[in-house]
Design a protein around this ligand. Sequence first.
Ligand SMILES: [Fe+2]
Ligand SMILES: [Fe+2]
Length: 267
Amino acid sequence: MPTFDLDAYVARSHAVDLSSFAWDDVPRHPVPREALRTMQYMQDIESHTIIYLRSLLATRAVDDPEVATFLACWLYEETFHGIALRRFLEAAGRPTGARERPRGQEPLFQRIEAAATALVSRAWPDFCAVHMTWGAINELTTLAAYRRLATVARHPVLTELLEQIMLDESRHFFFYYRQAEIRLQRASVARVARFLVDRFWMPVGSGVQPQRDLEFISRYLFADADGIAAVRKVDDTIRRLPGFATVQLLEAWMNRHVGGRNGHGHH
Ligand SMILES: [Fe+2]
Ligand SMILES: [Fe+2]
């Protein structure tokens, strides 16, 4: 795998250009109800990035200047994904409205998560390897979700918007994945990282969004044959990381949470 060119990334880091989309055309094409629900979920996650970063800033993640530089641009780009999705929802006649929970008053789960993150990172200097692995999994999952959303929603303006967003997500993935690959070279680090992912990983948004929404969206995007193929591709890519050859991620989660009710996936 080639190296990630951080300087080039920083130089090109940009907000999604809101003026480049034909928002007036949005209501001229049908937007599936399921797609709206998916976008609302994704919009909240994207806008939530700064809260997620808050817990990371309490860790050793930012001890590394390259990671710190990346995170600054990453936050900027993710935030604009949220703004662009909100704009689409407004144009589709589904404004997102005020958020139920004001920023900074996140539920208890997240406070615990933030505290645990800080604790683990203080106790273990290689926490950054976990953070990078985690980031790679989440970016790749997000990328797969957007790709599937564009395919199943079949809305021309949405497709254009998602193509722009996916360019950013694939760069994000590449940064995290490359970092993880390097940091997991040490077997002792890989073992702990693997343990923490096995133990704690859940799809993006778990714990901050209703579980039923996550299951609904997973079924909408990933339950058919193409969806399952996309899910397996995510898992297979992560399995190429050192120490992760047998990790059980998205497909296993789908089997536990979605497969049963959908009549597929149970072995
Ligand atoms: Fe994003
Ligand atoms: Fe991203």
